[in-house]
Design a protein around this ligand. Sequence first.
Ligand SMILES: CC(C)=CCC/C(C)=C/COP(=O)(O)OP(=O)(O)O
Length: 349
Amino acid sequence: MTLTSADPVTDGPGAVALLDRTRTAVDPQIRSTVETLPGSIRRVAMYHFGWEDADGTPATGPAGKAIRPALVLAAARALGAAEAQAVKAAAAVELAHNFTLLHDDIVDQDPTRRHRPTAWTVFGIPDALMAGDAMNALALRVLAEDPHPASAAATARLAACVIELCAGQQADCAFETRGPREVSLDECVAMAIGKTGALLGCSCALGALYAGAGEEEVAALDSFGREAGLAFQLIDDLIGIWGDPEHTGKPAGADLVARKKSLPVVAALASGTAAGEELAELYSRPVLDERGVRAAADAVERAGGRDWAQVQAADRMGRAVEHLARAVPDLSAAGDLLALAEFVTRRTR
Ligand SMILES: CC(C)=CCC/C(C)=C/COP(=O)(O)OP(=O)(O)O
């Protein structure tokens, strides 16, 4: 099954409203948990979430999109649970996600996140690192202390997911040390499933667990989230090359400047085209200036990397919907999940 923009359950505004509603439902839970952190770790976390400025004054900085907690709540609802039951699980996945962002910004030496200086540039690497570690522990504590009967299974699942995510992140970093031709497309897809798909899958699986679903339904929801997560990463990689800095809060062509072996780049390098050769040459240069970045983006496009990523994202979405239909045969009960999955392939930031 493929989704079209005419499909009433997949309209963008519907997903945006869902994400807003999710933040309203889940942010107080995240915030009250973060506020229990001690000293400077708390300050870093409050800053990272946009609730405080660097000097500790209250702020309303731009929040994250809240895709993962929205998936938890939507999966719980699709399988018949009351949303309120799954709020702690939703908070937990968002905490885990933000732990990875804090660390990822350090590893990538990214100067901006959500239109603000990254936490490590403000507070230094050690404090940002420790705040990330504490946030990971908080994520697991929120789940472990939840009196809901799914608590133990959900905690184990999130812990396994974080390990998978770390392995995906490690693979991504390892790719950076390899030559332009030394990363295969299959390896790159496997890395993206670990780095991004695992947590989206886990989010959906946690929603199912909190709804008291059986093993097969939980697995189907996990697969739905993983496929949607890969589509999400494909779009994220396109945004990393062609995203508008005003929307992304990151410099133009950020992933090319960093010589990232993202999915469209690796597809272009593996294309066997003259443009792929040009890209390999550009990626072998020690530094890419502004002209070099534009030439690299152009080469990815001419080598077919951009089209490939767009077609793949649509294909992964189709697979996602097939998995979802195994757990929720009447897809009209899963409108919110479909809207969110569609949203991640349409977003621009
Ligand atoms: C392990 C890591 C860092 C993987 C990167 C995955 C990814 C696409 C993160 C951005 O998520 P997002 O767009 O949902 O972020 P936000 O919460 O700011 O909306």
